[in-house]
Ligand binder design. Structure first.
Ligand SMILES: Cc1cc2nc3c(=O)[nH]c(=O)nc-3n(C[C@H](O)[C@H](O)[C@H](O)COP(=O)(O)O)c2cc1C
Length: 140
């Protein structure tokens, strides 16, 4: 059975709602899914999963959340070469620069982005939640 991890940080619940849909999409396609808060994921876990979805909103000035998600991702990105991953997250007033920068970083690390990243302007609507389900399915 395909093993998928969903690793996310969310301050006000918008990215968490997306993570729930990613989990559902991967499970619907038959994967065994483990969900981690960003404090609980470490580089040594990467090898346990066939696919990993990372979720983080735009914070600071178009950056990843800096106290938990960013340090976790920095420690993990050296292990992502060849790994099937996908990115998602919510944003407020920006133009998704944080997501473009994040994708570039993942490509530089040699990760394989399994599908287009999914972004939600604030709370995800049904259409975005469907895209999150497809993102989860793409990792299986
Ligand atoms: C401290 C802080 C910094 C933020 N910085 C940005 C930003 O640079 N660009 C942006 O589009 N939204 C920014 N936002 C808005 C959040 O990305 C938005 O509220 C998002 O829905 C939060 O997702 P969450 O509910 O998963 O925490 C920021 C919000 C906070 C609280």
């Amino acid at each position: 059975m395909s093993k998928v991890a969903v690793v996310y940080w969310s301050g006000t619940g918008n990215t968490a709602a997306m993570a729930d849909a990613v989990e559902a999409g991967a499970k619907n396609k038959g994967a065994e899914v483990t969900v981690f808060g960003s404090d609980d994921f470490t580089a040594d876990k990467v090898a346990e999963f066939d696919g990993i979805a990372f979720g983080c909103p735009a914070m600071g000035a178009e950056v990843l959340e800096e106290s938990s998600f960013e340090p976790m991702f920095t420690s993990v990105e050296g292990s992502l070469s060849g790994k099937k991953i996908a990115l998602f997250g919510s944003y407020g007033w920006g133009d998704c620069q944080w997501m473009r920068d994040w994708e570039e970083r993942c490509n530089a690390a040699g990760a394989k982005l399994a599908c287009e990243s999914v972004t939600a302007n604030n709370a995800p609507g049904e259409d975005v939640l469907d895209e999150c389900k497809s993102l989860g399915a793409a990792l299986v």
